[in-house]
Ligand binder design. Structure first.
Ligand code: GDD
Ligand code: MG
Length: 367
């Protein structure tokens, strides 16, 4: 079976991380997000994968190439203008002649795709949609089902008054090729708002595959942090490495003996951790980072090649690539885009989101 991964969204809610980096490529445990998704697919023997891209197509293809390194075959399709979730799949039609899988490209899940496929075939469904329970369905697509597991209603982004169930569209579908006949070419078109409701009206058999397997949409910085933390704590059955307190250090990294590191923490290759520096997990430090003497990193994610000055403190934050934090600066509960420079002793207002390339304090403002 082939799979189409939708990676063409703007990633607006994950800004400023997604200004230079597509949402699908943000690092999770120091690997681009998409590598985890592809690993999940190949674990279920799905190795022909089509990436439906729009915004920021280049970095994905440049990094993953033909997929050989990951043991899969990757094809790329680029949209001139966003075609929506269904329009993007229609655009890949030439690759799809049998039952196929569609995945939202911003979901990390342990969903049992093989079992879902078995059910799809057994029920001779036109479409099978994975469902997951969530606490707040209003940011997702609500899906109602009957006692036989057949989908009876879709409601994308319901208001609280409209919420009748905690089961939502988990962003993984198995579709029969005839579904394509209902999607116009080169037209913005949505599975959630158009194709699925239309198939229901026609009385097509659409089944749900409910699952309580680990599931998260990395739509915003809080969810992105949560995914990293969850994986470090071993909440996904695919990453048991951490076991809650492990410290893993990449090749060629130098850690001074007086540094204190408490897990779970993942430190990339070629890092330097200075004297009496503190790293308190859950934390991920990207490759090539320099954490100077006495700096404190707590419950944070740092991308590659960041320089954290002596005595600086970073808590509950995401620091993107190539940031430079001056000595004794303080960053709390904030998100810094790539290449942000922070002056010595500067204390950033908690909850800030800083655009790539910014120098703090900004011109005309006092430190
Ligand atoms: N190629 C392409 N073109 N991809 C797109 C486009 C497009 O025009 N628009 C969105 N995508 C991709 C996004 O990159 C993302 O991977 C996926 O489609 C879903 O888009 P989101 O923007 O993340 O949607 P959402 O999270 O609000 O809602 C969707 O996912 C929920 C589960 O997380 C819906 O499918 C909901 O029904 C669902 O519950
Ligand atoms: Mg999403």
């Amino acid at each position: 079976m082939k799979a189409v991964i939708l990676v063409g969204g703007q990633g607006t809610r994950l800004r400023p991380l997604t200004i230079n980096t597509p949402k699908a490529m943000v690092p999770v445990l120091n690997k681009p997000f998409l590598e985890h998704v592809i690993g999940h697919l190949s674990g279920h023997n799905i190795r022909d994968i089509i990436l439906a891209q729009g915004h920021l197509a280049q970095p994905i293809e440049g990094y993953l190439g033909d997929g050989r390194r990951l043991g899969v075959r990757l094809s790329y399709i680029v949209e001139d203008a966003p075609l929506g979730t269904a329009g993007a799949v229609k655009n890949a039609q030439k690759h799809l002649d049998d039952s196929f899988l569609v995945l939202n490209g911003d979901i990390f899940t342990d969903l049992d795709i093989s079992a879902m496929t078995g059910l799809h075939r057994q029920r001779k469904a036109t479409a099978t949609i994975a469902l997951t329970p969530v606490a707040d369905p209003t940011s997702y697509g609500l899906i109602e089902t009957n006692a036989q597991g057949r989908v009876t209603r879709f409601l994308e982004k319901p208001s609280w008054e409209q919420v009748t169930t905690n089961m939502i569209n988990a962003g993984t579908y198995i579709l029969e090729p005839e579904v394509m006949a209902h999607i116009p070419e080169q037209t913005e078109f949505s599975f959630e708002r158009q194709v699925f409701p239309m198939l229901l009206d026609r009385g097509e058999p659409i089944y749900a595959y409910p699952s309580t397997a680990y599931w998260i949409d990395i739509g915003n910085p809080e969810k992105y942090l949560q995914l990293n933390r969850d994986l470090l704590y071993g909440k996904s059955s695919r990453y048991r490495l951490a076991q809650g307190k492990e410290v893993s250090v990449g090749e060629n990294s130098r850690i001074q003996p007086t540094a204190r590191i408490t897990g779970p923490a993942l430190i990339g290759e070629n890092c330097y951790i200075g004297r009496k520096a503190t790293i308190k997990g859950p934390a991920v430090i990207g490759p090539g980072c320099q954490i100077q003497d006495g700096a404190i990193i707590e419950q944070s994610i740092i991308w590659s090649a960041a320089q954290i000055g002596a005595g600086a403190k970073v808590t509950g934050s995401i620091i993107a690539a190539h940031c430079r934090l001056g000595a004794d600066s303080i960053i709390e509960e904030s998100v810094l885009g790539d290449n942000v420079t922070v002056a010595t002793g500067y204390r950033l207002k908690p909850g800030s989101q800083i655009w790539p390339g910014t120098r703090l304090p900004e011109q005309g403002k006092k430190a």
